[in-house]
Design a protein around this ligand. Sequence first.
Ligand SMILES: Cc1cc2nc3c(=O)[nH]c(=O)nc-3n(C[C@H](O)[C@H](O)[C@H](O)COP(=O)(O)OP(=O)(O)OC[C@H]3O[C@@H](n4cnc5c(N)ncnc54)[C@H](O)[C@@H]3O)c2cc1C
Length: 446
Amino acid sequence: MNMDYDVIVIGSGIAGTLAAINAAKTKKVAVVRKGYGATALSSGAFDIAGRSGKRGRPFKGFTNLTEAIGNILENEQYHPYSILSMVFSGDRFSEFSSMIKTIGDQFFSDLASAGVRYEGSWVNNIIIPNQHGTFKVTSFCQSSMTSGNLTKLMGRSVLFLGFEKTAIHNKTRASFLSDILTNYGLVSFKDIIYTNLDFNSHGIKCNQHNFISLAGMMDNPEHAKKILSIIKQTLNGMEYDHAFLPPIMGISRYSDVSKMFGDYFGERVSEFLAPPSSAPGLRLQYALDKLLVQRGVKIIDGQVSSENSSDIIKTISISRKDGSSVSLSADSFVLATGKFISNGIVNNKVWHEAVFGLPVFIGTHAVKDSFPMNYLTDDPFDEQVLFSIGVKVDDSLRPVDADGRVVYKNLYAAGSVLSGYNYIYDKTGMGTAMVTGAKAGIFSAG
Ligand SMILES: Cc1cc2nc3c(=O)[nH]c(=O)nc-3n(C[C@H](O)[C@H](O)[C@H](O)COP(=O)(O)OP(=O)(O)OC[C@H]3O[C@@H](n4cnc5c(N)ncnc54)[C@H](O)[C@@H]3O)c2cc1C
């Protein structure tokens, strides 16, 4: 039978994009997506690994990245990192670390060519403040943020530029950040100060409390120049070593806008992280879309469903927004549909995977019941195991059933649709999506 594509990838977040661009090195590939998912909503920072010690409390984070990967391979047998490392016969830790680094370095170089440069380290995690007046330990983030790595600001005067009513911008939050960093023994500042930005009184009509719409305004070169000049005026004469700005340095013109700031302020000004929806997540997603186009991957908009009765998938159905539908065939498929936010994993009477109806697991436990509270506790500092629910896979990333049998011979799964890890607790969100996506693309291309 003549197939429409060699490989069809379902989903275009980090996992789907990595799968598609890797498969597209040798195959004809399409990505089908019903929209944007967690990747576009995320902070845009890449957590590769960041927890030390065994599961349970007290939570020990902030470790160096290599130690945290070693911890996962040693203690987390169902984590996708551990599953992918099973194929190595020698030193699993060295071989897996080298594999994820090779995939990551290539991917960050691809992202830079698509206009979003990432910086960070494969050895030590970095610490970036966020809008809530707390901080995030992560491994790589967009280049307009890295000079704000708090571990480098010991003993310095730190200034937060914000807007009245946004969380970081008040005395309590600013001192809260300072206190928790000191209490964790991470960083002590000489001073922590804050000041107001006010664009409206300078004739720029905008919603100052909505960082993403401000970032969108910066995509207009005239607005960007004006906003930069207001920031210069605000900072003029102020005493500080490093100033933090909300993430407003553009979305689709991020590369130009961040360069404009860098040319003027050097490393003295950086962006802090913001919760969803944040400009950095969208910048990342737009760069992924660019990469797909650059690599000749066809992007098809629509929601995928499948009614398959054999152990090989031949076709999928795609429903479009205009009500029409189409069937497409391929030799192999990659499922990269995400978890709850993207509806990759759903709960209607029972928990299951949404496109192929695959069973879902927490560890070895096949989850059949539907009550979410069975997998959540009311202590926010506990690990919430619901977040590790997902599809279980073999070491070629093919979904398996409760007896460990491969369900479909030509289906591979990647990213947050997988079980065995909890991105919040393990701090491996983007790292897992990236490495499983790349490997699923390679496996699907044969
Ligand atoms: C709010 C939030 C903040 C986060 N912050 C961080 C962070 O700071 N650092 C970090 O490392 N991780 C973070 N994470 C985790 C990280 O974002 C995810 O692990 C990662 O983005 C998952 O990527 P993915 O490609 O697996 O899924 P997604 O990005 O969710 O992509 C799923 C794709 O599948 C598509 N899809 C789903 N069902 C169908 C269907 N039936 N038909 C067609 N298409 C379909 C969706 O439209 C979407 O394109 C965060 C997650 C969330 C939710």
